[in-house]
Design a protein. Structure first.
Length: 219
């Protein structure tokens, strides 16, 4: 299944489902921390993130003033609200897959920055349709190692369609962070890895970074 279309956009259903989930920023790749009594559980992290989105975008009331679509204000709000909840460096490494090892430090840094900006611009507009009924947190479970967890949620799209969405999370020194999102059984990490490999496989990570920058200029 290919996520990117000829215009650089995405399947509309998945775009809406992933809009409040995409990966944004970095946290260090280090040893597995230990969950303590003061660490918020994984499902609470997702609930807090949802509340912050609604409050910051003014979508939790009919009188809320929402930022303009594709505006610098919107991008700044998305960055501020979602960045603390996502492990973007870890996810970026997984998305690049085998190409991460061959990329130079400068190319890796450029990819993280360009991929981040690309995701913000592609998905931010869909967040404007979010409301208090958009996301329902169902349950969570730990993996074999208790520094990994999955939070199961239900995403309700504007047309009434209900989409099961799983947040894959890992415990970091600053709490639980999302590193992958699975919507309707589709992992965004795997989808991006497959689509980006077509570019990196012919021109390397530098070509992929240039493609991402070109998409930023056209959106």
């Amino acid at each position: 299944m290919q996520l990117i279309d000829a215009r650089g956009y995405f399947h509309p259903g998945l775009c809406s489902a992933l809009a409040s989930l995409f990966i944004l920023f970095a946290s260090p790749l280090n040893g597995a921390p230990t969950e303590t009594a003061t660490t918020a559980p994984p499902d609470q992290t997702v609930r807090e993130m949802t509340f912050d989105i609604l409050r910051s975008l003014g979508t939790d009331s009919e009188d809320g003033q929402r930022p303009a679509e594709n505006s610098a204000e919107l991008y700044a709000i998305v960055d501020q609200v979602l960045a603390p909840h996502f492990d973007f460096a870890y996810a970026s490494r997984l998305v690049l897959g085998r190409f991460w090892k061959d990329a130079s430090p400068a190319e890796r840094e450029a990819f993280v920055e360009s991929f981040y900006s690309y995701l913000v611009r592609v998905y931010s507009h869909a967040l404007l349709s979010a409301n208090e009924d958009t996301l329902e947190v169902l349950s969570y479970s730990y993996g074999i190692d208790e520094d990994k967890a999955v939070v199961k949620t239900l995403m309700r799209l504007p047309d009434g369609t209900e989409v099961p969405v799983d947040y894959r999370m890992r415990l970091t020194d600053s709490g639980w962070k999302v590193w992958d999102v699975v919507a309707r059984g589709v992992s965004y990490v795997k989808i991006y890895r497959a689509d980006f490999a077509a570019i990196s496989g012919t021109g390397g990570v530098s070509a992929l970074n240039e493609w991402l920058r070109s998409q930023r200029r056209t959106k």
